[in-house]
Every structure is written in structure tokens, then in C-alpha cells.
Design a protein around this ligand. Structure first.
Ligand code: MG
Length: 336
């Protein structure tokens, strides 16, 4: 198998602000794996928070070249081998894993969801994310997003309750809240109790990623479910965090791809956790790969491709919030 990589820069439709900072563009990498006349594509959306960048992904792919073997169906062996070559670097590995699934789907002539034994009709509804802004601006964003039945609202400021009230005044959408580690445990308990009256579905990552005791304390003192995102990166995190939260947010770019995500889904279920699948700012290539897994999850937040101007790909579509999986072989993604 032969692997190539190229950097792609994506521009956000509006600056995307979370409690940690703001993004205007994002620098991803597309990989392609060629084998016996077939080509599989994958995407890495590296996140500095998890120690990766476009440069580290390109360096990893150079390291992986010549180490993939010659059997794309031997995914378990290939991915284990890559883990031996270099630790972590989950976005780089996710791109390879995704490209291999795309490749074998194309070789067999079946879409990824079928390869995984899943029913496309059970694909999830996705939320649409509102980046941080003033309460008035966030209410305006909610009005613009009125076609989406589920909103994910970024918080982590001193006026979070006003933000949620302003949105609720103009929108009856299902609302999820994501603080991206922005609160202290004390603030989280106070804020979540105040937010509960606005009909919130759940709260994602209220506090610092490593403060698992804090998560447990919050969970015992608020009426809303708590979902771990930054606190739950790999499958090994799940047994340790299972008593501290109600569910986990799995992302291909955190865990290292589809194969690891499947393991996380099953381990989470074994611990009675709710399962969400989320994303970084990604094109339709990586978003579609994650969308194929949504028949297995409770919640999806796969809107990265809806937040960019220059999506080079067409794959999963969103109809009134429902993810509609493409029927083409592999990921079913085409160049725009
Ligand atoms: Mg999150």
C-alpha cells in the first residue's frame, strides 16, 4: 500500500470561539492510500490541545509510509504496528484508519455502515454548534440556525445564564451546553442548577479535564446529565471515569479512528454510559466517516463541515438535523 498526504486549510464561516480561545481557520491533512487500483481517503483534524498540528500529522504520515504492509483488510495489525512506531498522535492515525476503511469498502463495493453491520435509517440527528459570543449575538445565531432541531451552545463565561436565557427566548430547539473545561466545580454546580430551568438536555465537560473527583461532585449536585469530552480521550479512560459522569463524547481525532471509536462505544455501553460522537472542525470527509457510526450512539455532534466555507468534499448530508448517510462504497465521499 502506498500512502500520500497533503495539507488542507479550511476557513470558518464565522470565527469560532470556545472557552479556551478563538479559531478563524483550521489546518487539516488529507491522506490517500492506494492499493491495487483503488484509493481510500482519510482526514486528520489535529488539535493543539491534544498535542498535534498539521506539521506533526505530515511527519507521522512520512513515518507510516512503508509500514502499512500490503493487506488493507488487516486493519488490526496495521493500526497496532503504527502504535508501536509512534505513541499517541491520534488524528494522524485516525486519517490512516479512515482511509483503510474507505479503501476496503471500495474494494468490496459496500458503504462503511454496511461493512459495520449498521442500518443507515438509524443514523442520528446532529446538533448545530453556536460558538461563544454576547447573549444578543448568540440569540441571533440561534435564529439563523432555526432549521436545526438541536443546538449545542458553547459557554464558559461570566454571563452563561444570560446566554442560555437569550437563546431560549427565541428558540424551542433541544439545547445542549458545552463549557469546554471553562468552569470551576463550584461555578459548575451553581451554573448548571441555574440553567436547568431552560430545558437543557445535558452539559458537556463543565470543568478541567483531569478533575474527575470534581466531575463526580458536580454529577451528585445537579439535575442534568454530565458528558465527558476532554476528560475521556481513549478507551482506557472509560472504566476510570464511568462513576463520575453520565456519558462520554467520542471523537475520531481523540481516539485514533473508527476502529478505536467502536471499542470505546462498546466499553462505554458495558459501563452503562450514554454515548455521543463529536468532531473537530473537519471537512465532509472526516465528518462522513464519523456519521457512519451514529446508528450506534445516543447523540451526535457532527457539524464541523457546516461551520466551514470551503468544504472540498460531499458526503453525509443533513436534513432538518438528521444525518443522511451516502450510499457509495467506502465512506461514500466525493470531491466537490
Ligand atoms: Mg466538547
Amino acid at each position: 500500500m502506498h500512502i500520500d498526504a497533503k495539507p488542507i486549510d479550511l476557513t470558518l464561516t464565522v470565527p469560532f470561539r470556545i472557552s479556551r480561545g478563538v479559531e478563524y481557520t483550521t489546518s487539516n491533512v488529507v491522506v490517500q492510500i492506494n492499493h491495487e487500483g483503488f484509493t481510500g481517503y482519510g482526514e486528520a483534524a489535529p488539535d493543539e490541545y491534544y498535542g498535534e498540528s498539521q506539521e506533526t500529522v505530515l511527519a507521522c504520515v512520512a513515518l507510516f509510509a512503508g509500514n502499512l504492509g500490503n493487506d488493507p483488510f488487516a486493519l488490526e495489525d496495521v493500526m497496532r504496528h503504527l502504535d508501536k512506531i509512534i505513541r499517541r498522535n491520534p488524528a494522524a492515525k485516525a486519517a490512516v484508519d479512515m482511509a483503510l476503511y474507505d479503501l476496503i469498502g471500495k474494494m468490496l463495493g459496500v458503504p462503511l455502515y454496511k461493512l459495520l453491520g449498521l442500518n443507515a435509517a438509524h443514523a442520528a440527528y446532529t446538533s448545530f454548534t453556536l460558538g461563544l459570543d454576547s447573549p444578543i449575538e448568540m440569540a441571533k445565531k440561534a435564529l439563523i440556525a432555526r432549521d436545526y432541531p438541536i443546538l449545542k451552545v458553547k459557554v464558559g463565561t461570566r454571563h452563561d445564564v444570560e446566554i442560555i436565557k437569550a437563546i431560549r427566548d427565541v428558540s424551542s430547539a433541544v439545547m445542549r451546553v458545552d463549557a469546554n473545561t471553562g468552569w470551576t466545580p463550584k461555578e459548575a454546580i451553581k451554573n448548571i442548577n441555574a440553567l436547568a430551568q431552560y430545558n437543557i438536555e445535558f452539559v458537556e465537560q463543565p470543568i478541567d479535564a483531569h478533575d474527575w473527583a470534581g466531575l463526580k461532585l458536580i454529577r451528585e449536585n445537579v439535575p442534568l446529565p454530565i458528558i465527558a469530552d476532554e476528560s475521556c480521550v481513549t478507551v482506557e479512560d472509560i472504566p476510570r471515569i464511568a462513576d463520575c459522569v453520565d456519558g462520554i463524547n467520542i471523537k475520531l481525532m481523540k481516539c485514533g479512528g473508527i476502529r478505536h471509536a467502536l471499542k470505546m462505544i462498546h466499553v462505554a455501553r458495558a459501563h452503562n454510559l450514554r454515548v455521543m460522537i463529536g468532531c473537530m472542525i473537519e471537512s465532509s470527509l472526516a465528518i462522513t466517516a464519523a456519521a457512519h457510526l451514529t446508528p450506534l450512539v445516543d447523540y451526535a455532534d457532527l457539524d464541523g463541515h457546516l461551520l466551514i466555507n470551503d468544504d472540498p468534499y460531499v458526503g453525509v448530508t443533513v436534513e432538518k438535523g438528521k444525518l443522511v448517510l451516502p450510499d457509495g462504497p467506502g465512506l461514500g465521499v466525493k470531491t466537490r
